[in-house]
Design a protein around this ligand. Structure first.
Ligand SMILES: Cc1cc2nc3c(=O)[nH]c(=O)nc-3n(C[C@H](O)[C@H](O)[C@H](O)COP(=O)(O)OP(=O)(O)OC[C@H]3O[C@@H](n4cnc5c(N)ncnc54)[C@H](O)[C@@H]3O)c2cc1C
Ligand code: SF4
Ligand code: SF4
Ligand code: SF4
Length: 499
């Protein structure tokens, strides 16, 4: 099928491919048959809305043909170097990912598509022992503490992490951090989509042992790349996956940046969370001072990072995230997220900073245990029942959202990701699940309205939005208070159980 938009440009030109939600792309089309077959296939993946923007294709290209554009989509920078080897297409997890096969291969059993947490040996709550790291991290600093511990004991030479881009500080920039200081610079989640797997190129070029921190789709990209390049499999000795509901389109951050006006002058970091869990985003300046990203001039209530991210997700979830169902990094050695659960004991206060982790593989378990025994991290146990309830709502919504979107796209004849055998038997959503999924999809309607979502976001950054956010905050406070009280009463009556 001929594509009206072909995201491959001749040498020296740069290309900008928009997500299907983002409007037009105009550029002079080339004769398709003059381009390598692989690049035409790659262009169809991007053009069909299947690109995660994971960076795998760019990172694996042996001749440096590809680069990323401003929105992190692949673009051609050096057409004449292309040998049509097809690696960039074969590695692409956005187009094809054999979920069931890989699951069986790794865990020795078939996955149940409706189960959200995947296979894990043990679930834990944990935090960095270093108090400044704990306070300066996203959740409890578990990810960074594990990496620092691995580096110190010589188990890794570096780790793939996301630092802040120097020019556009709300943007993430993948790097291979090779010192403790570089690892510490990469703490905190960057919610703008970031192309982690770009660094395959460096890992393939420079022998050593590495850890890789990535979102579920980036871990998928790694798994595929490691099948194609044995050196990657040997060099990446630990994968840490982050839980992920969705990433956020850059356009949202550009609007937020504009709303900050003069305050952006001199800002050195865009920190996703500062303060008590779940914290609030701040700009950070050279002298260490900070300014809140949202409603900095207001006294009293300010929305938390989570409250604002919920708005951003509703409006700016990228197209491919809507067809992605791995929420809890099912293929990572260790999967880490926030503890969205009632505290399991009265001694644990999530405001102190805690990460929740699923230890999925033997090497994940070993890395965790060694850090614990060395005193680099502190931990509390979580029963299987508690673990399965943690992040359940997000993961369930994401799963059914993807099943629903894929089926809709299939019916409409649009491009859909190929999840291998899994694709032929997505569960059918009926009854209560149907209603819940449709309601959830409605909350994402802004993602399908590219012309008005900018206006909606600006509204939420203004006085009217502030009032709605205040109301929502009260609702959430009551909801979480009730959740924690009910959990406490249940615990006192029936105990925690071991299941
Ligand atoms: C886009 C996104 C969506 C998320 N959604 C959820 C969610 O819905 N529910 C939930 O419980 N948790 C979610 N998380 C995970 C959560 O925000 C924390 O990253 C996680 O709890 C680890 O916290 P920590 O304190 O242990 O990590 P830290 O010690 O603070 O380290 C964070 C690590 O994450 C890496 N990183 C930061 N941004 C990115 C990125 N964009 N891509 C790849 N790596 C990155 C950093 O390089 C660093 O190594 C999300 C994270 C991201 C980036
Ligand atoms: S490999 Fe990643 S960045 Fe490249 S086209 Fe596929 S999903 Fe997009
Ligand atoms: S990976 Fe191979 S086919 Fe793809 S751009 Fe590079 S050289 Fe061309
Ligand atoms: S929702 Fe899926 S595709 Fe989107 S960033 Fe998260 S893991 Fe990647």
């Amino acid at each position: 099928m001929a594509h009206p938009r072909l995201p491959i440009l001749p040498e020296e030109n740069s290309l900008r491919v928009s997500s299907p939600f983002q409007g037009e792309l105009t550029w002079p089309p080339q004769k398709e048959d003059e381009q390598p077959r692989a690049l035409r296939a790659l262009s169809r993946i991007v053009d069909g809305g299947l690109c995660h923007r994971c960076g795998s294709c760019v990172g694996i290209c042996p001749t440096g043909v590809l680069a990323l554009d401003e929105e992190e989509y692949p673009t051609v920078k050096n057409l004449s170097a292309c040998t049509d080897c097809d690696l960039c297409v074969k590695v692409c997890p956005g187009d094809e990912f054999s979920y069931e096969d890989l699951f069986e291969q790794k865990f020795g059993r078939k996955p149940e598509l409706e189960e959200t947490h995947g296979e894990f040996q043990r679930a834990v709550l944990a935090h960095a022992s270093d108090e400044s790291l704990r306070a300066g991290s996203t959740s409890g600093g578990l990810v960074t503490a594990l990496l620092v511990d691995r580096l110190k004991r010589g188990e890794i030479d570096g780790a793939v992490v996301i630092q802040s881009d120097e020019d556009q500080i709300w943007k993430g920039k993948p790097v291979v951090a090779r010192s403790e200081a570089e690892l510490l610079q990469a703490t905190k989640s960057k919610y703008a989509i970031s192309p982690t797997n770009l660094v395959f190129e460096e890992i393939l070029r420079l022998p050593g042992r590495y850890a890789l921190v990535g979102l579920p789709c980036q871990i998928h990209g790694f798994e595929k790349a490691a099948e194609l390049q044995q050196a990657l499999r040997e060099r990446v000795v630990l994968t840490i996956g982050l839980f992920c509901h969705a990433a956020i389109e850059h356009e949202a951050f550009r609007i937020i940046w504009d709303s900050l006006g003069e305050k952006t002058r001199g800002a050195e970091r865009f920190v996703s969370r500062i303060g008590k869990h779940p914290g609030a985003p701040h700009l950070q300046y050279a002298d260490g001072s900070t300014y809140p990203v949202y409603f900095g001039e207001k006294k009293g209530f300010r929305p938390s990072s989570m409250e604002m991210i919920n708005i951003l997700y509703r409006l700016y979830t990228p197209a491919r995230c809507l067809t992605c169902f791995d929420a809890l990094a099912e293929f990572a050695d260790i999967a880490v997220g926030d503890p969205w659960m009632a505290p399991p004991t009265d001694e644990i206060d999530f405001h102190d900073g805690w990460s929740f982790a699923l230890l999925r593989s033997a090497r994940g378990e070993a890395a965790f245990q060694e850090a614990l025994e060395a005193g680099a991290i502190g931990a509390a146990s979580v029963t299987r029942k508690e673990a399965l309830a943690c992040n359940k709502q997000m993961a369930t919504e994401k799963r059914w959202r993807a099943f629903r979107m894929i089926e809709t796209h299939r019916r409409q004849g649009k491009s859909i990701p190929n999840y291998g055998r899994t694709s032929s038997h997505f569960p059918h959503h009926g009854g209560v699940q149907f209603v819940e999924t449709e309601l959830h999809m409605l909350t994402h309607i802004g993602c399908f309205l590219p012309r008005i979502r900018g206006k909606l976001l600006r509204f939420f950054l203004g006085e009217g939005g502030y009032r709605l956010l205040w109301l929502n905050n009260k609702r959430r406070t009551v909801k979480f208070f009730l959740r924690d009280q009910i959990a406490r009463i249940r615990r006192n009556l029936f105990g925690r159980g071991t299941e």
